[in-house]
Design a protein around this ligand. Structure first.
Ligand code: ADP
Length: 403
């Protein structure tokens, strides 16, 4: 194109009338020469390699002119370049080149990624933007080639990172899958002997009459039930970690459920001489919750309250409306938690051994509670003070407030 412009200038100069004012003629020539110098400087100093090719039917494009950037990048002397053919620097085979050039001729312009071969045979990735036009009798193609080596290297790095991340993720998923399978098998193995144990314990409680026998049978029954609950928690926790833990929410009356749960845990509180108070607002509308999962959360929180509260302590189970949500709470007057403990208690496997007594938990109860509450559309949080007790709160959506 530049050659064209220079030629055009020449044409214009040549075509100036010979009779025109001599001063004006010289001035105009000087202006044109200045303009040519300016364009030539721009041509050789832009950031991209520029090539002007002559297109001849049935032949490979022949280079008319290139800029200094092109010569430098390809490693040729600028003066040696005119006359080279596109096959000298393009990695494309002749027939592929013919198709590409043919397309450019019919579309007049186009941008695509390719590569140029340097004089040392190294492939340099480029983005080529080409325009085809007439220059006098000739059909020419002006190609501007942008060096995209850095971009390509980044793309390659990114692709490598993506594949590495993908294979790591797949390995992790396979590991988690194996763990869930193992946990499921373990749960099955553990629960199989537990079922007759629970049934027999329950039957013994009905048959036996002596105080000592009843106490022993009660221990067996409660121990087996407790074990079953922990096994179920373990499986649910593994499911939650895999993201396959499900809840089925439906409108639910809360007061009867709370009374039922309180009745279930009261023997445990009695044994430690702890009191269990219920503070339930009147006329609580239906909540949207999964009954079994809600029961599981409440039992976990109440069991913790009993476990971490000394004999004679007080536990309060509360329910009140808070805007569009029902807020449930389990408060105890137990050992409470230090700020350091508080920072970790929703993390899996976190448990604190206390000087007051051994902690036989697995440290997954609260993590599971959080998973289950969140799955039911609520939040869970707590307030606690070391030595003074803790209150755990969680919310559930009210059924009639849901759109
Ligand atoms: P675990 O199943 O072992 O009880 P949790 O996830 O339920 O595990 O609880 C984790 C830790 O949080 C417990 O080991 C205990 O240190 C602390 N914690 C939970 N509930 C209470 C509570 N009501 N009072 C004091 N500490 C508690």
């Amino acid at each position: 194109m530049l050659t064209g412009m220079v030629d055009n200038h020449k044409n214009r100069i040549d075509s100036l009338p010979a009779t025109s004012d001599c001063v004006c003629d010289i001035g105009e020539r000087q202006a044109l020469m200045q303009s040519e110098r300016k364009f030539r400087m721009l041509f050789h100093n832009v950031g991209d390699a520029i090539f002007l090719w002559e297109l001849r039917p049935g032949e490979a494009p022949v280079l008319i002119e290139a800029n200094e950037v092109a010569a430098r990048r390809l490693g040729y002397r600028l003066g040696d370049m005119p006359g080279m053919t596109l096959t000298d620097i393009s990695p494309m085979a002749l027939d592929e080149l013919a198709v590409t050039v043919g397309r450019l001729v019919s579309q007049k312009h186009g941008t695509f990624e390719s590569a140029y071969r340097t004089c040392d045979g190294i492939m340099a990735p480029v983005e080529i933007s080409s325009h085809v036009f007439k220059l006098g009798e000739k059909t020419v193609m002006l190609s501007v080639a942008r060096d995209i080596a850095t971009r390509k290297a980044e793309e390659v790095k990114l692709t490598e990172m993506y594949h590495r991340e993908k294979s790591l993720r797949e390995a992790l998923e396979a590991e988690i899958g194996k763990r869930v399978d193992f946990t499921r098998a373990l749960v099955h193995e553990l629960k199989t002997p537990l079922t007759p144990l629970i049934a027999s314990g329950e039957a013994l409680l009905e048959i036996l009459e002596g105080e000592d026998e009843l106490r022993l049978a009660g221990n067996i029954f409660r121990g087996a039930m407790n074990l079953e609950r922990r096994i179920n928690d373990l499986l649910d926790f593994a499911r939650g970690e895999m993201g396959v833990l499900k809840v089925r929410c439906q409108p639910l009356g809360i007061a009867p459920l709370l009374l039922d749960v309180a009745a279930e845990v009261s023997p445990q509180f009695d044994r430690k001489n702890q009191s269990l108070e219920l503070e339930i607002d009147d006329n609580i509308p239906l909540v949207l919750a999964d009954q079994d999962r809600l029961r599981q959360v409440l039992l976990n929180l109440l069991n913790n309250a009993a476990k971490f509260t000394a004999r004679g302590g007080e536990i309060t189970l509360g329910a009140r409306i808070d805007g569009r949500m029902l807020q449930l709470s389990v408060a105890d007057t137990g050992r409470g938690m230090s700020p350091e403990e508080q920072a970790h208690i929703f993390k899996p496997y976190y448990r604190v051994e206390d000087e007051a007594g051994p902690n036989d938990g697995m440290g997954i109860g609260l993590t599971l509670c959080k998973m289950l509450v969140n799955l039911q559309g609520g939040d869970i949080w707590f307030e606690s003070e070391k030595g003074r007790g803790s209150t755990f709160y969680f919310t559930l959506p009210l059924a009639d407030k849901m759109e």
